[in-house]
Design a protein around this ligand. Structure first.
Ligand code: PBG
Length: 330
């Protein structure tokens, strides 16, 4: 068929955009509440939730308000919740001891949420030391002050066990240590937790967009994470991390951040036969909220558009601080 008819176009893609009903029918990507996972922070020793100024609308929860947030997410149809524990400052140390204390805040929170929602909501936990170390790194340091990969793995193995003992369904190793997925899988299997899944933060870039997260977990990171998180310039490195994590037994893989790395997300989604998650991180959240607060952007449309883009690029699951709000709208 010719593409013109006389002086008129022969093909008119606009026909399929004529009404909301038509656009809805031909939409290739649909968001569903079950695509969404809510990341949530719970802080030890507070009686009221503490707002996170760099993430308007997000708080550090008390144990009580975390339970409520989990129920609200469940009622809205959200698939899962990813928990981050914020210990009292005095409990932070070089080894991140609070992270492996069976009564540490994250373990307590896992038990609370499990008690509240049972198996109705998939309960996930960040498996990383930065919330618990006084230096803010994701691992323990050697005598030269470098993050010690293999010493950190031993800490992660212990963390996996205590989080699983507390009742988590999925652990999310996010520290980018080499071999972390294998060590965690072994630790889970050896302690009778064969059914606990590993959602590997497989592709994780050293990103400026984690900025607001530091406030969320009350961390004052010394230095940066460039010796363990990936260089934003690289693609092949992500595919290598992916092969390694799959070989080590990752049940699901994650790409993080989301929006600046949609090309990577699309490649990962094409390459694997396991579910793929993307994390719309704190800085992505903050940018939209800040622009919206200034009247520079239509907040609700920007949120939906960014989530649609992440799903279109290939994510089966999206971690987003807007999960409950968006699930209610869908
Ligand atoms: C590490 C971890 C981080 C995030 C999730 N897990 C911080 C980092 O790696 O620097 C960031 C999440 C966000 O920015 O929303 N425990």
């Amino acid at each position: 068929m010719s593409t013109t008819y006389g002086t008129f176009p022969g093909a008119r893609p606009r026909r399929l955009r004529t009404s909301p009903a038509m656009r809805r029918m031909v939409a290739e990507t649909r968001l569903h509440p079950a695509d969404l996972i809510l990341p949530a922070f719970v802080r030890e020793g507070i009686s009221e939730p503490v707002p996170i100024s760099a993430m308007p609308g997000v708080v550090q929860h008390t144990r009580e308000t975390l339970r409520k947030a989990a129920v609200e997410a469940l009622d809205a149809g959200v698939a899962g919740i990813m928990l981050f524990g914020v210990p009292e400052d005095a409990k932070k140390d070089g080894l991140g001891t609070a992270g492996t204390d069976p009564d540490g805040i994250l373990q307590v929170a896992i038990r609370d949420v499990r008690d509240e929602v049972g198996d109705e909501l998939v309960i996930m936990s960040d498996l990383c030391l930065d919330e618990f170390t006084d230096h803010g790194h994701c691992g323990v340091l050697d005598s030269a002050g470098r993050v010690d990969n293999d010493a950190t793995l031993e800490r992660y193995a212990e963390m996996a066990q205590v989080q699983a003992d507390a009742g988590v369904h999925v652990v999310g190793p996010s520290g980018m240590m080499d071999g972390q997925v294998g060590v965690i899988r072994d630790a889970l299997d050896q302690t009778g937790h064969e059914d606990v899944s590993v959602l590997a933060y497989t592709v994780k870039y050293a990103s400026a967009f984690y900025g607001p997260f530091r406030e969320a977990i009350g961390s004052s990171l010394q230095g940066d994470r460039k010796t363990y998180q990936q260089d934003p310039a690289n693609v092949r490195e992500s595919l290598r991390e992916l092969s390694l994590d799959l070989a080590e037994g990752a049940d699901m893989v994650m790409v993080k951040p989301a929006l600046p790395y949609l090309d990577i997300l699309a490649k990962v989604a094409e390459a694997v036969d396991v579910p793929v998650a993307a994390y719309q991180i704190s800085g992505e959240y903050a940018m939209v909220e800040a622009a919206a607060a200034n009247g520079w952007i239509d907040r609700d449309r920007a949120i939906m558009e960014s989530l649609t883009g992440i799903k279109r690029a290939g994510a089966n699951m999206i971690l987003t601080y807007w999960a409950t709000e968006v699930a209610r709208q869908l």
